[in-house]
Design a protein around this ligand. Structure first.
Ligand code: AHR
Length: 504
């Protein structure tokens, strides 16, 4: 048994938890949309063709905001193809994933689905093959009340009220050579600036996300951010970051379990770049970050797979997640919370089937992947403020990061509910970790529950036949006494420890 400790003090505040940290992403890729959220004819489909079983799991997951419709897909997408009567919508070649896109689902259906699920839509405009014009007409179609060509068209299409979409992304991964319409930082900076101005003229209340580097390994990172922000700093509200953790790229399991260290470094570097640019352009505004694609993804494996081109909704990137992946997702969520003062939006990519916490079978069942559980727990319980805790923890050796902490943890204080929650991952594959939390600054506390996600086999997964193989259970080996929590964190585990406190 190893030992770790944390002080929990409600006066040491990192920032408030923005509920949009618990966002997700629905792209027209593989089976995320078709046979994912949408499958007319399925026995659980509602009158609009959307699957109620998937909708229920999206609600249970606690997703607050969803980015749509891509991703790489958006960079050759004509949004007008997805509006109006279905029988008139064209079938197109989707150049990003070399699939066939029928356009049965478009922005109206997506926004209606979001409203039904009580989720905020976040739309991406195409700055690959399109530009200012398509972006400003899309905002007019969505957000203008009426009395103009595009807003009246929306009304004609059966949506009399404006959609009121608040958050918009200026293209996707424009730094990447694989992007249709890939640009240099200067080219993108210019088009992003002019597009932002036109979109804001239509609706000054919108918030804009400009596309940062596709990942921290891009040869142009962080020069891309520096050049681009020089153009656009004053016109945007958020800079985006993307990051996928790939066990094959990282090389070994112990390093993979410590992947959040590189996400942490990535965020810190981007904050530094933003703040340097802020002084260079003499701005009074602080830029926030939107980590609008993050997850675990066996990308190396994905790119090595042969593909059948031009099929509708092929099985793409349907990673089956194991316990190790769930632990990494838990540490990534903790990292996002630790940076909540600057990271205000984050989207786990994606929602259903494609690198996703929710899986479906066409005409069949839906189930929760292992990564569903840390996300759902944190979306449900991380409320109020994030507390700065400085853990004392043993370390273990990793090939990629050198010594890495065994304990990854964070605490949140929900003043309204009178609750403090400690989220913790024990990265050790062999040893339990005895966690002692000093609660004196909180005063008298009671333990509400300690939920733990673990399994003797780190590669255990859930599937349609055994959907509950890996799921949370109650850990009854923890207790609070004399203003101190003693919790036993099993080897290779994700933990949620909830405390009732009298302190507001
Ligand atoms: O989420 C899958 C893909 O990963 C997205 O389309 C793209 O933006 C990223 O490279």
């Amino acid at each position: 048994m190893q030992h770790a400790s944390i002080p929990v003090d409600p006066r040491f505040i990192v920032g408030r938890v923005d509920p949009r940290l618990f966002g997700s992403f629905v792209e027209h890729m593989g089976r995320c949309v078709y046979t994912g959220i949408y499958e007319p004819g399925h026995k659980q489909a509602n009158a609009s063709g959307f699957r109620d079983d998937v909708l229920a799991l999206a609600r249970e997951l606690g997703v607050t905001i969803i980015r749509y419709p891509g991703g790489n897909f958006v960079s050759a997408y004509d949004w007008e193809d997805g509006i109006g009567p279905r029988e008139n919508r064209p079938t197109r070649l989707d150049l990003a994933w070399r699939s066939t896109e029928t356009n049965e689902v478009g922005l109206n259906e997506f926004v209606a689905w979001c409203r039904q699920a009580d989720i905020e839509p976040m739309l991406v405009v195409n700055l690959g093959t399109r530009g200012i014009d398509a972006a400003r007409t899309m905002v007019e179609y969505c957000n203008h009340p009426g009395g103009s060509y595009w807003s009246d068209l929306r009304r004609e299409h059966g949506y009399p009220e404006p959609h009121g979409v608040k958050t918009w992304c200026l293209g996707n991964e424009m730094d990447a050579p694989w992007q249709i319409g890939h640009k240099t930082a200067h080219e993108y900076g210019r088009i992003a600036l002019e597009t932002a101005k036109a979109m804001r003229r239509v609706d000054p209340s919108i918030e804009l996300v400009v596309a940062g580097s596709s990942n921290s390994k891009m040869p142009t990172f962080p020069e891309w951010e520096a050049v681009l922000l020089e153009h656009v700093y004053e016109q945007v509200d958020y800079l985006s970051l993307h990051n996928y953790c790939d066990v094959d790229a990282i090389g070994d399991l112990d390093s993979f379990l410590a992947s959040s260290l590189s996400m942490d470094e990535f965020i810190t570097t981007v904050i530094g770049t933003c703040d340097q640019l802020r002084s260079r352009v003499r701005s009074r505004k602080q830029l926030h970050l939107a980590f609008d694609e993050w997850n675990v993804w066996r990308q190396t494996h994905f790119h090595s797979q042969p593909r059948e081109p031009w099929t509708k909704a092929p099985r793409l990137a349907e990673d089956t997640y194991d316990l190790a992946d769930a632990l990494v997702v838990g540490t990534l969520l903790i990292t996002l919370l630790r940076h909540c003062a600057r990271v205000r939006i984050a989207c786990i990519a994606q929602l259903v089937n494609v690198i996703a916490p929710i899986k479906t079978e066409p005409g069949g069942a839906t189930w929760r992947q292992t990564i569903f559980f840390p996300f759902a727990a944190i979306a449900r319980h991380a409320k109020g403020t994030v507390l700065r805790i400085e853990p004392t923890t043993p370390v273990y050796d990793t090939a990629q990061f050198g010594p890495a902490p065994l304990l990854e943890s964070i605490a949140t204080h929900d003043e309204d509910a009178g609750e403090v929650t400690v989220f913790a991952v024990n990265r050790s594959r062999v040893d339990d970790l005895a966690l002692a939390a000093d609660l004196r600054a909180l005063g008298p506390c009671q333990l509400i529950e300690h939920q733990v996600l673990t399994h003797p086999d780190i590669h255990a997964t859930n599937d349609a036949d055994e959907p509950g193989r890996v799921q949370p259970s109650t850990n009854s080996r923890s207790h609070v006494k004399d203003e101190r929590l003693d919790a036993a964190l099993p080897a290779q585990s994700w933990n949620v420890i909830r405390l009732r406190t009298d302190q507001p």
